[in-house]
Design a protein around this ligand. Structure first.
Ligand code: F6P
Length: 464
């Protein structure tokens, strides 16, 4: 292997540069060149295939900073459609022209699905990333549990459903215990919960905080570190009666309640709350509201004004219950130590996989209570169901206590190894030294894109 291409695909996460850094460091040791492909698969659809040589003379370029969030080579949500053979041919021919003999894609389950057709033509591996923590398996046999059920309203006349599981769930058996980006997303979200708490306490309010994660509740689960009163996860359908009772019980006691909900929470019928409720903005325009807004409307209806008037002298449920989204702050900025460290190891392992001649493999982060964390290679085919599809991992029901609406004992045991030492001394020190640096007030922001742009090279197109 002489030259590897590397790209970052899908939504960004804080540890992408750390993964790239790990890959480049390993490639330098092995005397392999690494070309960064700009903006994920999007760059490969471009006939000029914009790229950056990340390690000229086997030294990393100075812009490659593993402590910086985002990705210096850019990302996009484009993917390769296996049905579009012509497009695939063009992409492979561009990679060949660049002299690339192995490809590393840094991404999540969507990227792993997307790289399947490429791996049939060029050695390709995945280094995982996603704040949603949903690339992996609860146990190795999980892909076999997917079945197709007829559904006339679905695009292809069927949808996927999980059959009953006969596997024993054991934390030591999880495939890809945690993905880079997850720890930092929880770090930001849990802090958000702590900060909202004191204002909810002061003003006797009920806060509903929405966190990301799509259909996965791992981020919501991790916010338990910020000590919300109630956590709602997408994997467990909402029980409104139980929730309203719990909210009133807590409010009676402490005159404030903090609820965290994953953005993908569903009602008893399995319908996503965020996707379906409409509300109006101050000018009366219809806007699609998120899960927290939908939940707020439901709680306003269920609890009603009278309840609050008893406590708050004249205020309505609408005034008492408010929502906040943690939003993209949980996906941006400096990665904390756990993410940086393991992202780098996973990037390095991805290079090793290619150098060892493996194809369509994934570098995974494993955990074992005696051994701790370690990285391994795993065949991507083992993530696929019988039709070849890779599904996002759902958080296992055993990690959540639906009655308490908090992590179960096993959920706590899941979180501990990731978070106990997740923050490095330098993470706190970095903030102390940089945020109120007077220079921030005097100099405009200097984007990394400006510097990387100067390094971008292009393929010569025909006729150029
Ligand atoms: O998959 C990562 C993620 O941050 C999800 O948690 C979230 O739903 C989505 O991406 C948001 O995507 P975008 O930034 O494109 O709106």
């Amino acid at each position: 292997m002489k030259r590897i291409g590397i790209l970052t695909a899908g939504g960004d996460t804080p540890a992408l540069n750390a993964t790239i850094h790990g890959a480049v460091t390993r490639a330098n040791q092995l005397r392999i060149e690494i070309f960064g492909l700009i903006k994920g698969f999007n760059g490969l659809f471009n006939p000029r295939a914009p790229h950056v040589h990340l390690n000229p003379l086997f030294q990393e370029i100075p812009e490659l900073d593993p402590t910086k969030g985002g990705t210096l080579i850019g990302s996009s949500r484009d993917f390769v459609d296996p049905e579009k053979k012509d497009e695939l041919d063009l992409i492979i021919s561009r990679l060949n022209k660049l002299g690339i003999d192995g490809l590393i894609c840094i991404g999540g389950d969507g990227t792993l699905n997307g790289l399947q057709p490429i791996a049939e033509r060029l050695p390709t591996v995945l280094a995982p990333k996603t704040i949603d923590n949903d690339l992996g398996l609860n146990y190795a046999s999980e892909p076999d549990e997917w079945v197709r059920v007829n559904d006339a309203s679905a695009k292809h006349g069927f949808r996927y459903k999980r059959a009953e599981s006969h596997a024993v769930f054991d934390l030591n058996q999880i495939i890809n215990y945690a993905t880079p980006g997850y720890a930092t997303a929880v770090y930001v979200s849990a802090q958000g919960v702590e900060r909202i708490r004191t204002t909810a306490e002061s003003h006797r309010r009920i806060a509903i905080i929405e966190v990301m994660g799509r259909h996965s509740g791992y981020i919501a689960l991790g916010t338990a570190y910020g000590r919300p009163d109630i956590i709602l996860i997408p994997e467990h359908p909402l029980d409104l009666e139980h929730l309203a009772e719990r909210v009133k019980h807590t409010y009676d006691l402490q005159k404030n309640v903090v609820i965290v909900c994953g953005e993908g929470i569903v009602d008893e019928q399995g319908r996503e709350l965020g996707a379906e409720t409409k509300s109006t903005d101050p000018s009366g325009n219809i806007v699609l509201s998120g899960a927290a807004e939908a939940l707020r409307s439901k709680l306003i209806q269920m609890i009603g004004d009278r309840y609050f008037q008893l406590y708050r002298r004249g205020e309505s449920a609408k005034e008492a219950i408010f929502t906040r989204k943690v939003g993209h702050t949980q996906r941006g900025g400096r990665p904390i130590l756990f993410d940086r460290f393991y992202a780098a190891l996973l990037g390095s392992k991805a290079v090793d996989l290619l150098a060892e001649g493996r194809n369509n493999a994934v570098s995974i982060l494993q955990y074992n209570s005696t051994r701790g964390f370690y990285v391994e290679g795993y065949d991507a085919n083992r993530f696929r169901d019988r039709w070849g599809l890779i599904h996002a991992r759902s958080m296992h029901a055993g990690l959540y206590d639906a009655k308490l609406m908090k992590p179960s004992r096993m959920g706590i045991d899941y979180l501990l190894p990731i978070f106990t030492d997740a923050i490095g001394n330098d993470d706190a020190e970095y903030m102390r030294q940089t945020l109120f640096d007077p220079g921030n007030l005097m100099q405009p922001y200097h984007s990394i894109n400006t510097d990387v742009h100067k390094r971008i090279r292009y393929l010569k197109t025909e006729g150029a």
